[in-house]
Design a protein around this ligand. Structure first.
Ligand code: RB5
Length: 168
């Protein structure tokens, strides 16, 4: 049972396309995470929104990344700002995209296994690089477990449809 269980809740991290971006508060941490993922053989794309639009605020940076998840270009995204909060708020404004702030390993695992969220957000002013790497690793190898969590995420989707399309 255990190997089968592992099969359905774990994924091969290097088979996934991950996208990352950050605001001005998290440039150093983003570099650390890109290096960490690359060293593990994970295909990671840095959108570098700030490199294209200097001085951009976190809402448009997060929105830009969330749209690449919605349109299927990438499967998973990482957004880093000062607290992780603003990035989570904006990413959740894109229909079909689910994001959560994680500053501990347990939450990072549950974000995938229970909530099926595609986007992990972190705060560079809250945690250090070593913990951030552990959080990313836990999130990367975890996959949605379905079961009792399925009707709950289905309900999020249903309520989201009502919110985004009140007439529909
Ligand atoms: C700095 O712009 C700060 O507001 C931002 O990085 C983030 O913490 C917002 O949630």
């Amino acid at each position: 049972l255990l190997p089968f269980y592992c099969m359905i809740v774990s994924v091969k991290p290097n088979s996934m396309k991950v996208v990352i971006d950050c605001d001005d508060a998290a440039i150093d941490l983003k570099k650390v995470i890109v290096g960490h993922l690359s060293a593990k053989g994970v295909e990671v794309t840095d959108l570098d929104y700030l490199g294209k639009k200097s001085g951009a605020y976190y809402p448009e940076i997060g929105f830009n990344l969330a749209r690449t998840i919605k349109n299927g270009t990438f499967e998973r995204g990482i957004l880093i700002c000062g607290t992780g909060l603003g990035m989570a708020i904006i990413a959740n404004k894109v229909e079909g995209v689910y994001a959560g702030v994680c500053h501990d390993v347990f939450s990072a695992e549950r974000l995938r296994k229970s909530n099926n969220a595609q986007v992990l957000t972190m705060g560079a002013r809250v945690i250090g690089p070593e913990l951030a790497k552990m959080i990313v690793d836990a999130w990367l190898v975890s996959e949605f477990q379905g079961g009792g969590s399925q009707p709950k995420v289905d309900q999020i989707r249903e309520l989201e449809r009502k919110s985004f399309n009140p007439e529909g």
